[in-house]
Design a protein around this ligand. Structure first.
Ligand code: HXC
Length: 257
């Protein structure tokens, strides 16, 4: 259905959450999968899940903040599968901290993982990306445009990611490379929600925030990622597509103020 069969996807933060959900969808569509993440145990478990769908999978332990390691990871991926068709930049870090309490090191850490990580991934991936035909998908968040409290680090980092998406679209579009973002709202069963809505009450409030008044499912984000990576989206680039149940329409009001 999605014209992805036989292609190769490289996913950072691919060992869990939304990005593993995307990797599973891509695997079911017949893609070769490269997962990159820090935690080797989580990576091994995720690799088994992907192989369970019948896909070939390479799992590479690395930190997206390490530019040299990212270059090495793409070398390994290209050696195994050839040119990379789709890169999903999904690695992220987050926690709740008010601006007055957040240490500069904490702000920098999240900027480095989220925004710096997307840059490092695209910069290292470029030589191995299929041109024409490559597709980049960065995972943003409503924080990019909605200034959530206790999220100054993620708000800034996700805004930077969205401008990276557009910058790369302009520079690499003439080469036939598309650059897109997905902005997921509150998605059930993810580490992000566990961190941002750690109590049942907070989770209930988060579920009511989107105009569709429910949490999203990882599969719903994965379906969008499959569409965007496919030939069906061949004339779409440089934009961020929300998959947020309409959260962006109501912003902070969705959280009750
Ligand atoms: C305040 C904190 C903190 C906390 C860390 N810091 N945790 N500040 N509250 N709970 C600050 C401290 O200043 C700390 O340094 C500095 O960040 C670095 O923390 P480390 O733990 O040493 O860094 P590191 O091991 O690199 O871990 C990065 C991390 C961690 C982001 C802090 O939580 C992580 O690795 N997370 C990855 C998984 C994750 O967060 N997934 C959820 C993404 S969800 P000092 O020296 O002061 O201790 C997401 C979705 C958002 O992004 C949108 C949803 C709608």
């Amino acid at each position: 259905m999605y014209s992805l069969n036989g292609k190769t996807a490289f996913l950072t933060g691919g060992s869990s959450g939304i990005t593993l959900g995307i990797a599973e969808k891509y695997a079911k569509e017949g893609m070769n999968i490269v997962l990159l993440a820090r935690n080797e145990d989580k990576l091994a478990a995720a690799k088994a899940v992907i192989e369970g769908h019948g896909a070939a999978c390479a799992a590479i332990p690395a930190d997206v903040r390490d530019a040299e390691a990212m270059a090495g990871a793409f070398e390994i991926a290209a050696e195994k599968f050839g040119e990379i068709d789709v890169i999903v930049a999904g690695a992220a870090g987050n926690f709740l901290a008010m601006a007055k309490d957040l240490k500069p090191k904490g702000f920098k850490t999240v900027m480095d993982i989220d925004a710096g990580g997307v840059f490092n991934t695209y910069n290292a991936g470029f030589p191995h990306l299929r041109k024409p035909g490559g597709c980049l998908i960065a995972i943003s968040a409503p924080q990019a445009t909605i200034p959530y409290p206790a999220q100054i680090h993620a708000n800034a980092a996700k805004a930077a990611i969205e401008q990276i998406v557009r910058s790369v679209a302009v520079e690499w579009g003439p080469l036939g490379v598309r650059s897109l973002g997905i902005s997921p709202g509150p998605i059930a069963d993810t580490e992000g929600m566990a961190r941002l809505a750690p109590t049942p009450k907070a989770l209930e409030q988060a579920a009511k925030a989107p105009v569709l008044t429910r949490l999203g499912a990882k599969e719903e984000v994965a379906d969008l990622a499959a569409f965007l990576a496919s030939d069906h989206a061949a004339y779409i680039t440089g934009t961020i597509v929300p998959c947020d149940g309409g959260l962006g329409l109501v912003g902070l009001a969705g959280l009750g103020g």
